[in-house]
Design a binder for this molecule. Structure first.
Ligand SMILES: Nc1ncnc2c1ncn2[C@@H]1O[C@H](COP(=O)(O)OP(=O)(O)O)[C@@H](O)[C@H]1O
Ligand code: SF4
Ligand SMILES: [Mg+2]
Length: 379
């Protein structure tokens, strides 16, 4: 028997460029959208890895590359030790059994003409499992119960459910085949704040119960902290910082991470005034990204070197990797994020980010969301 690898997924120099073409009869490529542009990271077995960044920075494209819904332009993805980046489409069925996605929009990702029972049973139909009608129905109703849906609603249609319940249907379908990897792409962004915590707690519970490895994608750093063990921050197709959740939130090194965190409301017990590093300007186009450091057009610390030499991602102390010539200092972090000192004390006292989302130490979650999260289970 071979030993289990520590990493379920290993990504190396992955790129996805979407061609931009011109012409009506003869199409000529005149450029490319560099949606993902040379990223490397691992997803450890059983962990939750967060992927954050502003809209358009390449998160969804990365997710689709991981499960081979998209073919990469170059680079490799090893899934459980096997290179899936060059596999032919016909051989992907076994991968799709082991790696599943939950999508952002629970309205458009469910077929309105199908009953919930047949939507959740789709993976069984595709993979030829539980062929007997009674057996399949029983299995689907077990899944419905597991995700907090009433199994008696088996014959109802998606429009008869609320947004949160529809997302539970999407989750039930995604876990039907008991995958090893679940990728949740902005799973709560389309939901009311009051419902978000319930769906997040559901994902965490399922991860615990099923030993899932989770990739959790969000543009909202406050949500990511309480879901994730480690976090990768993306900017314009690149990973600019990768660190444990606690390290990233208490001592971000990349100015982009600092600016994102600066926008998250934090109650500061000392009443200190914070120097907000607000992000100005739009994200540049990934078809024509800035030279060298892609963040230099918006970075408060940019210098000449940043415009001429690309910073490589490298260790910046502890377990933090960042791609920056002039990373944030402790002083700058405490000016921009004064409320972090208490969070840092939490971290050093052994606070684990794997606690449930209702944890009272959720100091950086948006205040409204925090106040609506109950201590009860998500049902
Ligand atoms: N199929 C596609 N064809 C062309 N461009 C695309 C396609 N999919 C995504 N893009 C572009 O790639 C960039 C990254 O998109 P995406 O991965 O969806 O970002 P995110 O999920 O972080 O918002 C965006 O500029 C987007 O417009
Ligand atoms: S390399 Fe320079 S421009 Fe880029 S993030 Fe660091 S300081 Fe800012
Ligand atoms: Mg997206």
């Amino acid at each position: 028997m071979t030993a289990l690898r520590d990493n379920l997924v290993e990504v190396r120099d992955l790129t996805k460029h979407f061609p931009i073409t011109q012409g009506i009869i003869v199409q000529r490529q005149i450029g490319a959208v560099k949606a993902v542009d040379g990223i490397s990271f691992d997803v450890k077995r059983g962990e939750t890895l967060g992927l954050v960044g502003e809209t358009g920075c390449g998160k969804s494209t990365t997710a689709r590359l991981l499960v081979r819904l998209l073919h990469p332009t170059s680079g490799t993805v090893l899934f459980d030790g096997e290179d899936i980046s060059s596999r032919k489409r016909a051989t992907l069925k076994s991968l799709h059994r082991q790696a599943q996605m939950v999508f952002q929009d629970p309205y458009s990702s469910l077929n309105p003409r199908k009953t919930v029972g047949s939507i959740i049973a789709e993976p069984y139909a595709i993979h030829g499992l539980y062929k007997g009608e009674g057996e399949r129905k029983q299995r689907v109703q077990e899944l419905m119960d597991r995700v907090g849906l009433n199994p008696e609603h088996y014959n109802r249609y998606p429009h008869e459910f609320s947004g949160g319940q529809r997302q539970r249907i999407g989750v039930a379908r995604a876990i039907a085949l008991e995958p090893k990897l679940l990728i949740a792409d902005e799973p709560v962004s389309a939901l009311d704040v009051s419902i978000q915590a319930q769906v997040l707690n559901l994902l965490k519970r399922l991860q615990r119960e099923m030993g899932l490895t989770l990739v959790f994608i969000s543009h909202d750093l406050s949500v990511v902290r309480h879901m994730c063990d480690r976090v990768a921050v993306m900017y314009l197709g690149k990973i600019v910082e990768l660190a444990s959740s606690d390290a990233l939130y208490t001592y971000p090194r990349h100015p982009y991470t600092g600016a994102l965190l600066s926008a998250v409301p934090v109650p500061d017990p000392t009443g200190g005034k914070r120097e907000r590093a607000i992000l100005t300007g739009d994200v540049p186009s990934p078809a024509n990204p800035p030279r060298a450091c892609r963040f230099h057009t918006r970075c408060l610390k940019a210098q000449e070197l940043c415009r001429t030499e690309e910073p490589l991602i490298e260790n910046k102390g502890g377990d933090t990797e960042a791609a920056c010539h002039f990373p944030l200092t402790e002083e700058e972090v405490s000016e921009q994020l004064p409320g972090r000192s208490s969070a840092r004390a939490d971290a050093s006292a052994g606070y684990s980010s794997s606690s449930t989302y209702s944890d009272s130490r959720a100091s950086s979650s948006p205040l409204l969301l925090q106040s609506l999260i109950s201590r009860k289970s998500e049902r």
